[in-house]
Design a protein around this ligand. Structure first.
Ligand code: SF4
Length: 331
């Protein structure tokens, strides 16, 4: 559980200037890589190294949350084992946060992972429902089929209403709350990660979720040209489902072995998004900065597209895209 996370898109400011404090909420920890290799979006999953470190935390209670989650592969690279540790004690944490927060749900896992029981996700959705009007929850998955199956299941709304009743009866921090009958929840933003064009199929599943949910895509790390137009307003898939993407987040890669992001890819995603009036957020360049964005120096360089990119480090690379900060939100 973390307040004041460095994940900048959690610190939401809405159009009326209302600010939400950025936070993460982890009631599960652990994952399994979805895509590895040349175009792999999970190659440098930041949560693996963090989980590996935390498993040796001197505080035994903290270490237990991360036990058994990671192990080296045949090449000695630290990877997830596929085990997911559930922390039911952390399920109720947002109920105690009085300050409005933008909350990235399960930043150290994937909420739609196959080992997660629907009943656990029902409880999490019940917490989100009970705090509508206070917090905003940002969900992200690389398992869009599991997300769609869960979200479109018959009786989901009733199950979540029942879970809210149990929480109100049993959890002290919820005792003064009332069951929220609203559906869909306006404070839950459903997202998929699409870092490479090979993974764009995930957007079909996102649009196939029934109901008027806020839908978003995290194109981070951005590893290729990405054509989002079919899923943006007016696009073919958007028209077929009568739904569209509401928010686009992009960014480059950091961590050891990070790969550069071409300025042309970032500009293209920005331009497609802006052309349809959808809010855009450029989070960071990552470790590499293209020459057109100010990248220069003696450190390793690569030629990408029609320009050089320089490894300048995440801090130096910053988050300006053609000199502009893009930090728009869908509310
Ligand atoms: S799906 Fe997300 S959390 Fe899981 S391995 Fe990939 S990047 Fe990491």
């Amino acid at each position: 559980m973390a307040r004041d996370t460095k994940i900048s898109w959690t610190a939401i400011v809405d159009r009326d200037g209302r600010a939400y404090r950025g936070a993460t909420w982890n009631y599960i920890r652990g994952c399994k890589e979805v895509t590895l290799g040349e175009h792999g979006e999970c190659n440098h999953c930041y949560a693996v190294s963090l989980a590996h470190r935390m498993a040796s935390n001197p505080n035994a209670k903290v270490a237990a949350l991360f036990a058994g989650l990671t192990a080296p592969d045949e090449q000695g690279v630290m990877r997830w084992t596929g085990q997911v540790n559930v922390s039911e004690a952390h399920l109720w944490t947002p109920l105690s946060w009085q300050q409005p927060s933008g909350i990235f749900v399960n930043s150290l896992s994937d909420w739609a992972h196959a080992s997660i029981e629907d009943s656990l996700t029902d409880q999490a959705f019940a917490v989100m429902a009970l705090t509508e009007g206070r917090h905003i929850y940002q969900l992200l998955t690389k398992r869009p089929n599991a997300m769609r199956r869960y979200m479109n299941r018959d009786g989901l709304r009733e199950r979540i209403r029942a879970a809210q009743e149990v929480i109100i009866e049993t959890i002290p921090a919820a005792r003064k709350l009332k069951v929220n009958h609203a559906w869909p929840l306006t404070n839950v933003w459903l997202g998929v990660s699409v870092g490479h064009a090979d993974a764009a199929y995930r957007l079909d599943q996102l649009l196939a979720v029934q109901g008027d949910w806020v839908r978003w895509v995290s194109a981070e790390p951005l590893l290729s040209q990405l054509d989002l137009r079919p899923w943006l307003p007016g696009g073919g898939v958007a028209n077929a489902y009568q739904q569209h993407l509401d928010w686009i987040v992009g960014g480059g890669e950091s961590q050891d072995g990070s790969r550069p992001c071409a300025a042309a890819w970032a500009r293209d995603v920005r331009d497609q998004t802006v052309a349809t009036g959808v809010p855009f957020f450029w989070k960071q360049w990552g470790d590499w900065l293209p020459a057109s964005q100010g990248g220069a120096g003696e450190k390793p360089t690569v030629e990408l597209g029609d320009e050089l990119s320089y490894r300048v480090g995440k801090h130096n690379a910053g988050a300006l895209l053609d000199g502009v900060t893009w930090a728009q939100y869908p509310i």
